[in-house]
Design a protein around this ligand. Sequence first.
Ligand SMILES: Cc1cc2nc3c(=O)[nH]c(=O)nc-3n(C[C@H](O)[C@H](O)[C@H](O)COP(=O)(O)O)c2cc1C
Length: 221
Amino acid sequence: MTETTAPSAVIESASAVTEFASAADSESAAAPLRVAVVIGSNREGRFGPVVAEWLLARVRERTDLVVDVVDLADADLPTSLSFNPSDAVSAELAKVTPKLAAADAFIVLTPEYNHSYPASLKSLIDWHGAEWQAKPVALVSYGGLSGGLRAVEHLRPVLAELHAVTIRDTVSFHNAGALFDAEGNHQDPAGADAAAKTMLDQLAWWAWALRSAKEVRPYGS
Ligand SMILES: Cc1cc2nc3c(=O)[nH]c(=O)nc-3n(C[C@H](O)[C@H](O)[C@H](O)COP(=O)(O)O)c2cc1C
């Protein structure tokens, strides 16, 4: 049997489309998308900043994105969560929470540790909730043979639980240490540059779509 749509539903849905179109035409729809790049490793002697600088250069080339950096080496978030954090913990949270809250989208940069992502990232994720909600997350990974892809696949269901939307395409660096020269330049950049463009295009689409939708209708309402 063919399902029929009640006339009132058609009228409501038409008016939602009109509202969405007018939001899409508004000034804010044209405003650059705010992307927070999370550097997930805080390990002493970490390689993360090399990959982060490469990524940031690609993001900064774009006129549709403005970038902020959340470096987990700069914020000492404890693994013990609390609804009443101490002044010291609040001060650490203040280094990251406003940046997450202000972001329209995220790029999470993760290494692979023991076939998953590092505890520093889990801590950042778990300390927050609404800051992730109804926002897209692109994933960039690095590591040994697997290029951090197992870390990426572990992050997807965790972020879904927080109502975030992970981007299908990723950028991954296998045996990352050998790919960059001493100045941090990728030695054979064509493949990685193309992958970054694909991922950033998808991230920008989702970020624009979700930001525009939330202007018309708050998430979950
Ligand atoms: C505790 C630990 C566990 C690791 N486990 C893996 C692993 O399971 N798979 C892998 O490909 N690389 C693994 N590696 C290699 C890291 O992914 C690689 O050294 C990467 O550069 C680490 O990122 P960081 O230097 O920014 O912390 C591991 C490294 C560490 C420190």
